[in-house]
Design a protein around this ligand. Structure first.
Ligand code: CO
Length: 625
């Protein structure tokens, strides 16, 4: 049973949707299901729901039919048990699902050409070989065009048995036709000596012994309350959502300011990411991963019973996903929520009297962790007592290891271990923030700073000009960060003014970031065009969800943000969406082997004139706690 229209689909609802598809979609036995997920109700429906009108539960479903090489999608009415729409999407390839990963591995393992190539490298025990079935992308290769192709990468497991990526098999890349279930060819660009055995990830000896217990206790329980997927924590209100593609989604983020609940964001998620690698060699040029759009973050979420980075009182949310037959699979504990002490919130010391007040900061953390191949990504949303919202990606796992011949020096990478290099790459995340600062209609501006010339108005050369200009249309609102002007962006409500008569606003405060090095007209540059701007704002349109398009797998590109914004819609006092591109530029280090200590990439939404004063003035001081 669901309680709210935004609740993720239940086990029963997924089962119903799958059976409707099987009975009503006219697909043959070869067909499988890529996605069954909540078709989120539209904004008018949610408004109506708040005044008592029930909302129909609907599922978005996407299928692939190998016999006809067709990707089809539609909407299932759950209560009606009926398809309300169904269409073939010409040229689209469904995401690669985990069953296809297994299928690709099996096909390659059984292939004589592959076995021969392994034998050439001295590998006889094929069971020790890991074969990963990556999306082939779209590089204009004739025999791959229009087909469902995977490009494989291979490794040998280490002797300790805990690192499947421990010993990369260089230059060996089977190409699989996933539709016809056959190995198309085995690309072999020349034998590279298999790297020697490598360190265990989980050593059992020589562990440090000087760590004493550090206990986090919450004797009175947590300060949050949970009702279904709705969370209240101090003055914050937020609703947890989920889909198999984006994973964790946050809805209806709002803040209680005195007696008002003030909306800030309608919805926030990470709808696309891409990891392009920078080695142009024939074996590597096509390596890139759109982990969200090509595979699905939601399907790869860890069950956090096996550990997350949280201490104290933890509330876990279970989610229901499904396999490619449509069978529901309950994923336990995939979204984690807890409170965290975060050091100093604010402090004031009166230097004359010596009196001080120091207030500790606490934040609410809502997170999930996704294991996708060699990599592990943690997605963290933080809610602070001063009205700030933090977004952070934690990257860990194993940097993508590639073999390098003894004595050679990496040209486009760095050495990780003897015989093992890792290529320079970028992890580029797109965060979609459907804004509603104090209401649905907002505007957006860019703030910059500049020096004034030395002259009568600036005799000492210290003047700093504050320059704010509205970005009034989608073509204006495609921007890059600029250190030279300390640039940032604001989303404001022109109809809601603070005590100074200035529109209430939140600003987007960037953390570390980078620009892409891929050419804009390269194959991946076209498909991930969103990454060439850090900041995009668009007029809200319900089906504009994925910045590289709905079907990035093997796409030819130019879908999503570059296409939508050609309309150059107005952004003045309207329902708008901000897309922030967070690029973590990464040349791995020896210290990232055999497993990478967490690296952090983040940004913040900070109130900027949203409140009339420090909203955390009412947090009691330490001595009170
Ligand atoms: Co990396």
């Amino acid at each position: 049973m669901h309680n709210h229209p935004l609740d993720p689909l239940s086990e029963e609802e997924i089962r119903t949707a799958a059976s409707v598809i099987k009975q009503q979609a006219n697909l043959d036995d070869s067909a499988w299901i890529e996605t069954i997920t909540l078709e989120e109700p539209g904004k008018p429906e949610l408004i109506a729901y708040n005044s008592g009108t029930p909302v129909e539960r609907r599922a978005y479903v996407c299928c692939y039919e190998p016999s006809s090489n067709r990707t089809l999608r539609g909407i299932v009415g759950i209560e009606a048990e009926a398809l309300s729409s169904w269409e073939h999407v010409p040229g689209a390839q469904a995401r690669i699902v985990s069953e296809e990963f297994d299928l690709g591995e099996k096909l390659v393992r059984a292939d004589a050409r592959f076995r021969e190539a392994c034998a050439l490298r001295g590998i006889t025990d094929l069971e020790k070989v890991l074969i990963e079935t990556w999306s082939a992308g779209n590089f204009g290769i004739a025999e791959e065009q229009g087909e469902r192709i995977a490009y494989c990468y291979c490794w040998l497991i280490n002797d300790a048995g805990d690192n499947r990526y421990g010993r990369p098999i260089g230059n060996l890349h089977p190409v699989v036709d996933l539709r016809r279930r056959k190995v198309l060819r085995v690309d072999d660009f020349g034998v590279i000596e298999i790297p020697p055995d490598t360190a265990a990830i989980r050593p059992t000896e020589n562990l440090r012994t000087d760590i004493k217990p550090l206990s986090i206790t919450q004797p009175d329980g947590p300060s949050f309350t949970v009702e279904g997927f709705h969370v209240e924590w101090q003055k914050w209100r937020v609703r947890i959502g989920f889909n198999v593609r984006e994973g964790l989604v946050l809805h209806n983020i709002s803040y209680q300011d005195k007696d008002r609940i003030r909306p800030i964001m309608h919805r926030m998620s990470m709808p696309e990411m891409v990891v392009p690698y920078g080695d142009p060699s024939p074996a590597s040029f096509r390596r890139n991963a759109f982990d969200t759009g090509e595979y699905g973050i939601g399907l790869a979420l860890d069950s956090l019973t096996l550990g997350c980075d949280c201490l104290g009182h933890i509330h876990y949310f279970d989610i229901c996903a499904h396999d490619w037959t449509g069978k529901p699979t309950v994923k336990k504990n995939v979204v984690c929520m807890h409170e965290e002490d975060y050091g100093l919130l604010w402090k004031h010391t009166d230097a004359k009297t010596g009196k001080a007040r120091a207030v500790r900061s606490r934040r609410l953390v809502i997170s999930s962790i996704c294991t996708i191949g060699n990599y592990v990504y943690g997605f963290y949303y933080y809610f602070y007592q001063d009205g700030t919202i933090g977004v952070e990606v934690k990257a860990t796992g194993i940097p993508f290891p590639t073999a390098i011949a003894p004595g050679e020096t990496p040209q486009f990478g760095a050495m990780l271990a003897p015989g093992v290099q890792s290529h320079v790459h970028q992890h580029v995340f797109s965060f979609r923030c459907d804004m509603c600062i104090d209401g649905e209609n907002n505007s957006v501006s860019e703030v910059e700073f500049a020096s004034s010339p030395i002259g009568p108005d600036n005799p000492q050369g210290n003047a700093i000009q504050i320059l704010e200009r509205e970005l009034k249309s989608e073509s204006e609102a495609q921007r890059e960060l600029n250190l030279a002007s300390a640039r940032y962006w604001k989303v404001f409500n022109p109809d809601k003014l603070n005590q100074f008569g200035i529109p209430t606003a939140y600003k987007l405060a960037a953390g570390g970031n980078a620009l892409p090095f891929l050419h804009r007209d390269s194959a991946v540059g076209k498909r991930a065009a969103f990454m060439f701007k850090h900041f995009w704002a668009t007029a809200y349109k319900p089906d504009e969800m994925y910045p590289a398009g709905w079907f990035p797998n093997q796409s030819s590109g130019e879908e999503g943000l570059p296409k939508w914004t050609k309309a150059n819609r107005s952004l003045e006092n309207t329902d708008l969406v901000v897309w922030y591109t967070l690029n973590f530029h990464h040349l791995p280090r020896p210290e990232d082997w055999p497993v990478q200590p967490v690296v952090y990439a983040n940004f913040h939404w900070m109130p900027d004139g949203f409140f009339d004063e420090n909203p955390a003035l009412d947090v009691p001081p330490n001595d009170f706690l």
